[in-house]
Design a protein around this ligand. Structure first.
Ligand code: FE2
Ligand code: FE2
Length: 201
């Protein structure tokens, strides 16, 4: 078994991991450290942009609902994450993904559509997306070297925020949303695909 196959098998054997971690399952020789960082920043910026648009879609529908305060707080944190990645991309001369227009439309649509199903469905969307982001950041933390300690510390910090967002979603009744498991699985698959594409395009 090649080293690549072995690492793929290892990733696949860890529950809930592997599929969204195209970076982690690549052969170590495929990308230079600079290319790896560029890819990390590009996809993370795209993801935080998508998160901003999801919460904007939710707020457009649920702006006066019971969870409006919680949504607004999570939104503020996404803006902080996004701003940080924007600055890093400029500093390190990394171009944004060509899929930015997709994230703009799809993020808002996902947020608004789930919010139209109700507050708990919006929270189910938050839980699903944040679970994918959590595993995504976890995969990046494993592939980045010690020479990227500052970036890794940022990812650790943001990852903790995303886990908080997931907990907020659960606190607001995500699991009681209609067809919760189908909704969650569907959104997770779509988010993983969007991440995979944004790492590459
Ligand atoms: Fe975020
Ligand atoms: Fe988040």
């Amino acid at each position: 078994m090649s080293a690549n196959k072995a690492s793929q098998a290892k990733a696949a054997s860890e529950p809930g991991r592997g599929r969204a971690q195209g970076l982690r399952t690549r052969h170590p020789g495929d990308l230079s450290p600079e290319e790896t960082v560029a890819r990390v920043l590009r996809v993370d910026h795209a993801g935080e942009y998508g998160a901003r648009r999801i919460y904007e879609g939710q707020m457009a529908v649920l702006g006066r609902g019971a969870a409006a305060g919680s949504i607004a707080r999570m939104y503020d944190e996404e803006l902080r994450h996004l701003d940080h990645f924007e600055k890093l991309m400029v500093a390190r001369r990394v171009r944004p993904t060509a899929l930015q227009p997709f994230w703009h439309v799809a993020g808002f649509a996902l947020g608004a559509a789930t919010a139209l199903l109700g507050e708990r469905a919006a929270m189910a969307c938050t839980v699903a997306v944040e679970e994918v982001i959590d595993e995504h950041y976890g995969g990046q933390l494993e592939i980045l070297g010690e020479d990227e300690a500052e970036l890794k510390a940022t990812l650790e910090e943001f990852r903790a925020d995303e886990r908080e967002h997931r907990a907020t979603g659960l606190k607001h009744g995500a699991e009681a949303a209609p067809a919760y498991e189908v909704l969650r699985a569907t959104i997770k698959s779509g988010s993983r695909l969007a991440i995979w594409l944004s790492e590459r395009i």
